[in-house]
Write a protein that binds this ligand. Sequence first.
Ligand code: NI
Length: 174
Amino acid sequence: MPIRPIVRAGTKSLATPSELVKEFGTQFLYDLLEDMKDTMKHLNGVGIAAPQIGVNLRMVIFGFDKNARYPNKEPVPFTVLINPEVEFLSDEMESEWEGCLSVPGLRGLVPRYKKLKYSGYDIEGNFFSRKVKDFHARVVQHELDHINGNLYIQRIEDMRDFGFEEELMKRLSQ
Ligand code: NI
């Protein structure tokens, strides 16, 4: 199945809360999953949400062994997560540089909860839940923002910590 064009910041589908998936195991969902996977891999993403390819459904995927955009991060198992719910397990937060396929070339310093429990459904409609921390927890929070019609940019506390990846790299290596 094809690599789909990524929807960029400013497009309505990214600013619109997505709807619950009501039917599981359908050909439509399998096709959507293949398109999301192909698009994510093509762009070296660590995750992607359905609204990023213009489909306003509460479905996200994420996971990688090694990733060129986040080279120092521990692996996250490949996961299909539909109709997710999140519960934060502590008040502890951490700020790290984050990017998004819908905001190409840019990064921002974003505070996120460090520990959370997420639950939801796989593509067949099987319920599951996991307790995670650190980068895995960050990725889940980032993708959840997408299905709620939000972008990471809104969470940057100081807009001086937002900019082009190339420039930030120079600044951080000084
Ligand atoms: Ni994103």
